[in-house]
Write a protein that binds this ligand. Structure first.
Ligand SMILES: NC(=O)c1ccc[n+]([C@@H]2O[C@H](COP(=O)([O-])OP(=O)(O)OC[C@H]3O[C@@H](n4cnc5c(N)ncnc54)[C@H](OP(=O)(O)O)[C@@H]3O)[C@@H](O)[C@H]2O)c1
Length: 313
């Protein structure tokens, strides 16, 4: 049976790999071989039967399907260069990247791997860490049909509730992800604005949160909880659910593409400014919803609320 490899065990990657490893166990398939920059993050996977491997090259050498879930375009490009320059045969291997990267990065990756007779699938995800833990993410997937056919059973009802097929051009899946994130970031901004309004007018964040979850759905409700539980500014020794720099990267991808195509995204520009101001004020370890802190400041309140951490960096 094809051995599965996994690189990237951050907020999303660890949850996803855990569900995949559990699935491999139920199928009596060989356990996955995983790697990460911080290897200790993989301890829960080892406990479930996964095998650790510090070298990405060695993961590739032993596996036919290799998933990556890393922070940004530069990290993906480095991993792909490692694979291509490793000197080993990549023939018929399938690389599946679930991160959010620019369609141009996807296009370059497809070409580099195609030269080595390997396939590349872009399979970015929608939904945050709690949804990843539940195995209920929405995936977009793009790339060669045969490879999609091989990989889809490892995703559907394992890591995700729905797989949206975007055809053989892998860049289309990444484009869908970038487009979807326009809604994600704008929704966080809208929820933040409404909660600041509710607090300042004396309505209170409790009834507002009930309304948001009930009338605007669980995604918007989840964003509200990030604010009221203080998760927008988590303790300094913990990982944010969705790091502010990752969200800024996503918004930048959308804004760059919009400019190239003469499309205006004024709401996203505003949310982007607020995320950048939040990062400037509170540091890298903030969540993407931390534009809320800036909205609080603009309304004459402290950046931090009673449940968040109370200082920067
Ligand atoms: N979080 C969300 O809600 C969410 C939702 C949908 C999509 N996404 C996208 O999914 C991807 C992963 O997000 P995440 O929240 O899991 O991010 P994360 O928690 O910050 O994890 C990032 C991963 O990339 C690795 N990494 C970072 N810099 C590296 C480097 N220079 N060399 C090698 N490895 C490096 C990290 O290794 P270490 O463990 O050593 O730091 C970790 O495995 C991102 O593209 C993000 O935009 C996130």
């Amino acid at each position: 049976m094809t051995r599965i490899g996994w690189y990237g065990l951050g907020s999303m990657g660890l949850a996803m790999a855990t569900n995949l490893q559990r699935h491999l166990v139920t199928k009596k398939a060989p356990g996955m071989i995983y790697s990460n920059r911080t290897m200790a993050r993989g301890n829960p996977l080892q406990a479930l039967g996964g095998t650790s491997e510090t070298s990405f090259e060695k993961v590739i050498g032993q596996c036919g399907i290799i998933f990556t879930m890393i922070s940004n375009d530069a990290v993906l490009s480095n991993l792909v260069s490692t694979a291509v320059n490793s000197g080993q045969s990549l023939r018929d291997k399938i690389f599946v990247d679930c991160s959010t990267v620019h369609p141009q990065t996807v296009g370059l990756t497809v070409s580099k791997l195609r030269e080595k007779q390997a396939a590349f699938l872009s399979a970015p995800v929608f939904g945050g860490n709690p949804i990843a833990v539940d195995g209920k993410l929405v995936f977009a997937i793009g790339g060669p049909k045969d490879a999609v056919g091989v990989v889809k059973p490892l995703i559907q009802d394992v890591m995700g509730r729905r797989v949206i097929e975007c055809g053989e051009d892998a860049t289309k899946a990444s484009l869908l992800k970038i487009a979807g994130n326009i809604i994600t970031v704008n929704m966080m901004e809208a929820v933040g604005e409404s909660q600041v309004f509710a607090e300042r007018t004396g309505l209170g964040t409790g009834p507002m949160e009930e309304l948001i979850g009930e009338a605007f759905g669980p995604v918007a409700g989840g964003y509200s909880k990030r604010l009221t539980t203080g998760a927008y500014a988590p303790p300094l020794d913990s990982r944010p659910g969705f790091g502010v720099s990752l969200s800024i990267k996503d918004a930048n991808h959308a804004l760059t593409m919009a400019k190239d195509h003469n499309v205006e995204l004024p709401a996203l520009e505003l949310a982007q400014e607020n995320m950048e101001a939040a990062r400037e004020y509170g540091g890298e370890s903030l969540d993407s919803s931390s534009m809320y802190g800036v909205l609080r400041q603009k309304a004459g309140m402290e950046f931090w609320n009673e449940k968040s951490r109370k200082g920067g960096s």
